[in-house]
Design a protein around this ligand. Sequence first.
Ligand SMILES: [Zn+2]
Length: 481
Amino acid sequence: MSQEASRSIRGDGGELRARAHRSWEDDVLPALVRYTAIPCLSPDFDEGWEASGHLAEAASLLQAWAEGKAVDGLRAEVLGGSGRTPLLLVDAPATGGRTGTVLVYGHLDKQPPLGEWRDGLGPFAPVREGDRLYGRGTADDGYALFAAVTAVEILDAASIPRPRVVVMVEASEESGSPDLPGHLDALGATLGSPDLVVCLDSGCLSYDRLWLTSSLRGNLVATVSVQVLTEGVHSGGAGGIVPTSFRLLRLLLDRLEDPRTGEVRLAALHADGRPERSQTVPPSWNAAEAFPVVPGLELEGTSDEDRLVRRAWSPVLAVTGMDGIPAVRDGGNVLRPSTTAKISIRLPPTVDAASAKAALESTLTAAPPSGARVEVRVDGAANGWAAPPIDAWVDHAFTRASEELFGTAPGSFGEGGTIPFLAMLTERYPGVPLVATGVLGPGSNAHGPNEFLHLPMARAVTVATARLVEAAGARSPGAAR
Ligand SMILES: [Zn+2]
């Protein structure tokens, strides 16, 4: 065994951890705080994103930070144009004669504030409290670029040879990644075919080990509008004669789900058969504490294991916005002309989003209740993703990283959320191993108020990324094994 190989197996685990810690404290956090202050909302939540310039500002902040790193030959470039949101591409050439490419994915666009943030916190006013950095986009997914580039930096500082690393940070993820295919097409030859893809936009069930994402749900986002009048009228005059748009909308939603159980009624939205999947529940995880539920709330599912399987494999409907209804203080005795709901439906990993979309449209538009004017617009249809069996060398590197960081093997679980990028990439590069992991764990509350980044987990994911990159390099022809 060469000296180099022996060092990469022993001895440098503590060094990488220490370097990651120092980089995060001295260098990453100040920049991440500046990024967090930018309201760089995803295009779905900021129609005027081009004029407001927040996405461009965030991209150039991250670009400038990456360019300042002590990584030989590193290039950071912001691509845009054709009305597409910016894409930041950081390219760090291979070192030590290694070959191949590792592609690391993250995104810089954010969800809107969504809800009341606790006193002293705000979505764009970052606050550090101990091990947590609060603010919108800290964990979803601003940390990703920092973790990926720091992984490269600490490998180089420790003289551990590695393949080329390309970090791709897009800016339309929270809108379903509509701009990503165009960017990938334009990049085609530049990216080549990666040997490993690492996606840093996923979650963890606990902060005491690394977690691998075994599946993701897909997503349908639609707007359903029911109109009964051309203008509002006195509810005393019309009530009892003109059906209300709210009730008719309820009838439409009942076609989609059983209102008592939440069970989705459309066969096309269920996975074929019910996949028999088990799930390890870490001792520190229980559903009642994983979410800020009110005391006494009865949860769905029969056990925590069942809940995790349901979250991974069941379709579920949520109404995420409504129009046509005034705020409570402004409500009068009016029979309103229309009610519009925005709905978000999570789809099981293996359901075809296009078929689900067709089923949704035909279900909602067939025989409008009471002959009302019903309009349905599907704004997004994204496939889920079920991980293919993980390659042994990837499994080995990830397991080793979890053991050196936490003294325990990694876990794996099905995510309830959607990362359209993974399905796109699996289609584009069939057979390329793909590791999806991340920092979105208990309480981190991406897409809600009080989002925080768990800093020890962010550093751990940084070291894990370094280990995966190192392992991909060790497969280069000629590399000492
Ligand atoms: Zn995200």
